[in-house]
Write a protein that binds this ligand. Structure first.
Ligand code: TXA
Ligand code: MG
Length: 540
C-alpha cells in the first residue's frame, strides 16, 4: 500500500474524510499525539487499525467527536460529572469512560460495556471529523509498544505502507496522550494521567481516585482497569533506568556509569555536568516541555544506538505525573534512587528526637518509622486485618481501632508471637519507608534519615549507607522517659529492661552519639557529625 502524505488544507482534509468514509485508515494530528483513525461505527474498518498497529484486540479504542451533540448517541447515559467536565475541558486532552450504547461496535470497546470518548482541541482533527460526518476511533498512531508519534515524520516511520494516508498537522502541542477518567466508577477514577491534571479534574468533580497502576507496576495476576495499562509501552530498544535524586546526584551517578553505549536522557540544565552523550527533554522545572518532548527524545535515543540510558526523573505532580507515568513504562519500572540513607537508632529515651530535629533543620528528610508503624495498622489496612486473623478480634477497640496495649500483651507473651507480629508489620513499614525515600528524592533531598529504634531487628540496616546510634546513661534515660511519657518510675524501668544494651547498637562501623551531658551539647555533637557526612560514603 502506498501511504500518501496529505497537507492540512481543504484538499487534504477532504481527501482524508473521503478515505475514512470508504473504510480506510488515516493518521491525523491531535493536540496530544497523532491518532490512527477509522470510522468508529464501521467494525471492519476499526478491525484494520489493530492489524496496522499489531495491537492486541482486547485493548479498546477512544472515539473522537467534534461537536458536543455527538456524544449522546454513543452512550446510554451522561452522568452529571461528565457534563461538568465537558463544559470545563472539552475540546481538549480529556477522555471520559462512559456506558456504551449498542451502536458502538465491539471492535471499538474490546468487548467492554463502556466506551472512551474524547473531543480533541486540534482544529485539523475537528475539521476531519466534521467533514467525514462520523465519529473516529483512533489509538495513537505508533506500532504497538513504541512511543506515540508527535509529528508526521514519526508516524511515517511506523506506518509507511500500512495505512492509506497521513495528514501532516505539524508538532503536537501536549505531546503525551489524553487523560483517561472512568466516570462509570464512583468516585471518578483516573486510569491514565495526561494534560488535564488530577488537580484540574478535582476542581470540577471533587475528589477522584488514582488507579494504582498510574504510578506503579500492575501486580502479577491483577486485572487492569484500563486494558492498555497491562501492555508493554513506549519501549525503545535501549534499556532505560530512571535515576531519582538531586541534579548533582544524577550527574554523579551517570558519570560513574559512563560505559560505551551509555546515554543520558536528561533535562536541558543537566548536559554540561555529564560525561556521556545526552538527549534532552525540556527544562527540569518545565513539565509542559517535558511532556511535549519525551516521546521524540525516546525515539532519538534509538537512532543514536543507545544500549543503556539513565533518565533524569521528572517531578511526578501536575502534568509531570503524565510524564513520569510514560517514562516509568518506557523504563519497565526500573528506578534507581540516589538518596543517601542514614539509619538512626538507639534505646528509648536516649535522645534520637533531638538528633532528628537538629538534622531536619540542616536539610535532611526525616522518616519516623514509629509513625509509619502506627500508619500501617490504621482501620481498613491489610496489616490490621492480618493481625486480627492472627491475634483475634480481641486486639480491636469497640470502634474497630487497634488496641495497642492488648496487642502488646498478646504479641510480647512469647518470642514466637513477637516474631509473628513483626512478620506482619515490618514488611509494610519497609514498603512505606521506600515510598518516603521516593518522595525525598522527588522533593530534592540528597539525604534521608530513617529513625528506627528497631533498625537492626526490622532489617532496615541493610538499606542504610551509614548508621548512627544515640546512647545515654541509664539514669538520664530513666528521668527523660518518666518526664516525656508522664509515667511512674517502675513502668519506665520495665520499659528500659525490655531494651537492648548499648553494646547492641554500638557495632563496628556505627557512629555513636553519647548523650551524657545536656541537650545543647547533644545538638552540637549531632551538628558536628552531620557536617562530616560526605565521608560516610566517599569511600564507596
Ligand atoms: O490522546 C489520546 O488519547 C490519543 C489521541 C489519538 O486521541 N489516543 C490514544 O489512544 O492514546 P490509545 O488507544 O493509544 O490509548 C487509549 C487508552 C488505552 O489505554 C485503552 O486501554 C484505554 O484508553 N481505554 C479505551 N477504552 C476504554 C474503556 N472502555 N475502558 C477503559 N479504558 C479504555
Ligand atoms: Mg497508545
Amino acid at each position: 500500500m502506498d501511504t500518501r502524505l496529505l497537507q492540512p488544507n481543504t484538499a487534504g482534509i477532504d481527501e482524508a474524510a473521503r478515505l475514512l468514509q470508504a473504510g480506510q485508515l488515516v493518521a491525523i494530528p491531535t493536540e496530544t499525539v497523532y491518532g490512527l483513525a477509522a470510522n468508529a461505527l464501521d467494525g471492519a474498518a476499526v478491525a484494520s487499525i489493530f492489524a496496522a498497529k499489531d495491537r492486541p484486540v482486547d485493548n479498546p479504542l477512544i472515539v473522537h467527536i467534534a461537536d458536543e451533540q455527538d456524544w449522546a448517541p454513543l452512550v446510554t447515559h451522561i452522568p452529571e460529572n461528565a457534563k461538568k467536565l465537558a463544559a470545563a475541558y472539552w475540546p481538549g486532552p480529556l477522555t471520559m469512560i462512559l456506558p456504551a450504547a449498542d451502536c458502538v461496535p465491539p471492535e471499538v470497546t474490546g468487548g467492554l460495556t463502556t466506551v472512551a470518548v474524547r473531543f480533541p482541541a486540534h482544529p485539523v482533527a475537528q475539521a476531519v471529523i466534521l467533514r467525514a460526518g462520523c465519529p473516529l476511533a483512533a489509538p495513537s498512531a505508533n506500532r504497538s509498544g513504541s512511543p506515540s508519534p508527535t509529528n508526521a515524520a514519526r508516524v511515517t516511520e511506523d506506518m509507511q505502507g500500512r495505512i492509506a494516508a497521513i495528514l501532516d498537522g505539524g508538532d503536537c502541542a501536549v505531546g503525551v496522550e489524553s487523560t483517561v477518567l472512568d466516570l462509570c466508577h464512583t468516585p471518578p477514577r483516573l486510569l491514565r494521567p495526561g494534560g488535564i491534571t488530577p488537580e484540574m479534574l478535582e476542581e470540577v468533580v471533587g475528589p477522584i481516585e488514582i488507579d494504582p497502576a498510574v504510578t506503579g507496576a500492575l501486580l502479577e495476576g491483577a486485572v487492569a482497569a484500563s486494558p492498555g495499562m497491562k501492555y508493554k509501552h513506549y519501549a525503545p530498544k535501549a534499556e532505560i533506568h530512571i535515576v531519582k535524586g538531586t541534579p548533582s546526584a544524577y550527574a554523579e551517578y551517570v558519570n560513574a556509569h559512563a560505559d560505551p553505549g551509555v546515554m543520558a536522557l536528561c533535562f536541558d540544565e543537566d548536559t554540561a555536568a555529564l560525561s556521556v552523550p545526552a538527549v534532552t527533554y525540556g527544562g527540569r522545572q518545565e513539565p509542559l516541555e517535558q511532556a511535549q518532548q519525551l516521546f521524540d527524545a525516546l525515539r532519538q535515543l534509538d537512532e543514536h544506538g543507545a544500549a543503556t540510558v539513565y533518565a533524569a526523573c521528572p517531578q511526578p505532580t501536575g502534568v509531570g505525573l503524565a510524564v513520569y507515568n510514560r517514562l516509568l513504562r518506557a523504563a519497565a519500572f526500573r528506578v534507581i534512587n540516589t538518596v543517601r540513607i542514614v539509619g538512626l537508632t538507639g534505646p528509648t529515651g536516649a535522645g534520637k528526637t533531638t538528633v532528628t530535629d537538629t538534622w531536619r533543620a540542616m536539610g535532611a528528610y526525616i522518616i519516623d518509622t514509629d509513625r509509619l508503624a502506627r500508619q500501617v495498622v490504621e482501620p481498613g489496612s491489610p496489616c490490621l486485618t492480618e493481625l486480627v486473623n492472627d491475634f483475634s478480634g480481641a486486639i480491636l477497640t469497640p470502634t474497630g481501632e487497634l488496641d495497642r496495649a492488648e496487642l502488646a500483651r498478646r504479641a510480647f507473651s512469647s518470642p514466637e508471637s513477637t516474631a509473628r507480629l513483626n512478620a506482619i508489620t515490618h514488611p509494610a513499614i519497609l514498603e512505606l519507608t521506600r515510598k518516603h525515600l521516593d518522595i525525598a528524592a522527588d522533593s530534592g533531598y540528597g539525604v534521608a534519615v530513617v529513625d528506627a529504634p528497631l533498625l537492626f531487628e526490622a532489617g532496615f540496616d541493610t538499606l542504610c549507607h551509614h548508621i548512627v546510634a544515640v546512647i545515654a546513661p541509664a539514669d538520664a534515660r530513666l528521668a527523660r522517659i518518666m518526664q516525656r511519657d508522664g509515667i511512674p518510675e517502675e513502668t519506665a524501668r520495665r520499659r528500659m529492661a525490655a531494651q537492648q544494651p548499648d553494646a547492641y547498637y554500638c557495632r563496628e562501623g556505627v557512629s555513636v552519639l553519647c548523650n551524657d551531658t545536656d541537650e545543647n551539647s547533644l545538638r552540637q555533637r549531632a551538628t558536628a557529625l552531620w557536617e562530616q557526612r560526605t565521608r560516610w560514603w566517599s569511600a564507596e
